[in-house]
Design a binder for this molecule. Structure first.
Ligand code: DGL
Length: 253
């Protein structure tokens, strides 16, 4: 069984991509909504949550874990790998493909404060920033909007514009989504970019398809693929009805 977790419903954007490459597997998804957002929490707080959720998922039968959260990956994945025997797949902002394809020479990264200040991200940026300017902004209010199911419309557009415009004003033509909640705002991010800079043809980059392919490879390698029929267990530290509604809205519709 594939275990997936996030601070909330953001990891469903990763699950969506994973299901495309592994459609016949059993899944358990844990949304830590009682502790959401992670973005402003300390590293130790996030490590504690990641540890507890991992134990829960393993007890429930998971044999591989996807940390479908950039903030938790940056804060906790190395500790999890030390403490648990199972394989972990993590998230990483897709700075590399953005840096390789930018035409303006400016890459914008949207992520949580926790991800942007983590060594893991700072190292990634350092490796791929040669000859490219990288500008960053916290997606202020993005996580909260997605948790409420606000992904399109005037309210979502106002929220997106406030954090996206500074990156576009710097010249960015690639916007890297460094938080798994943000892909649910993809349509709005594209709309706002096209309105602000219609000539620039801004590309929004979500690492989830690459993460899904990586998970597939690791599972093939470890003989973990079962092909025994899709099923989904949804678990949360918060309101289960809310998670089920969001799962239907974000994944099924
Ligand atoms: N979805 C998460 C991430 O990828 C965390 C958002 C949050 O809880 O602040 O970073």
């Amino acid at each position: 069984m594939i275990g997936i977790f996030d601070s909330g419903v953001g990891g469903l954007s990763v699950l969506k991509e994973i299901r495309k490459v592994l459609p016949e597997e059993k899944y358990i998804y844990f949304s830590d909504s009682a502790y959401c957002p992670y973005g402003e929490k300390t590293k130790d707080q996030i490590i504690d949550r990641a540890r507890e959720i991992t134990s829960f998922l393993l007890d429930a039968g998971a044999d591989i874990i996807t940390v479908a959260c950039n903030t938790a990956t940056a804060a906790a994945i190395s500790v999890l790998r030390e403490e648990f025997q199972v394989s972990f797949i993590g998230m990483e902002p897709a700075v590399k493909p953005a840096a390789m394809s930018t035409r303006t020479g400016v890459v914008g990264v949207l992520a949580t404060a926790g991800t942007l200040k983590a060594d893991k991200y700072i190292n990634t940026r350092g490796r791929f920033s040669e000859g490219v300017k990288i500008v960053e902004h916290v997606g202020q209010g993005f996580v909260e909007a997605v948790e409420k199911g606000i992904t399109t419309g005037p309210e979502a557009e106002d929220i997106v514009r406030a954090s996206l415009k500074p990156l576009l004003d710097e010249g960015a033509d690639r916007i890297v989504l460094g938080c798994t909640h943000y892909p649910f705002l993809m349509e709005t991010i594209k709309k706002v970019s096209d309105e602000l800079y219609p000539e620039r043809d801004v590309e929004i980059i979500d690492p989830a398809p690459a993460v899904a392919r990586h998970l597939l490879e690791v599972m093939e390698d470890k003989g973990l693929i079962r092909h025994d029929g899709y099923s989904m267990v949804l678990e949360t530290s918060g309101d289960k009805g809310q998670l089920e509604r969001m799962y239907k809205k974000l994944i099924i519709e």
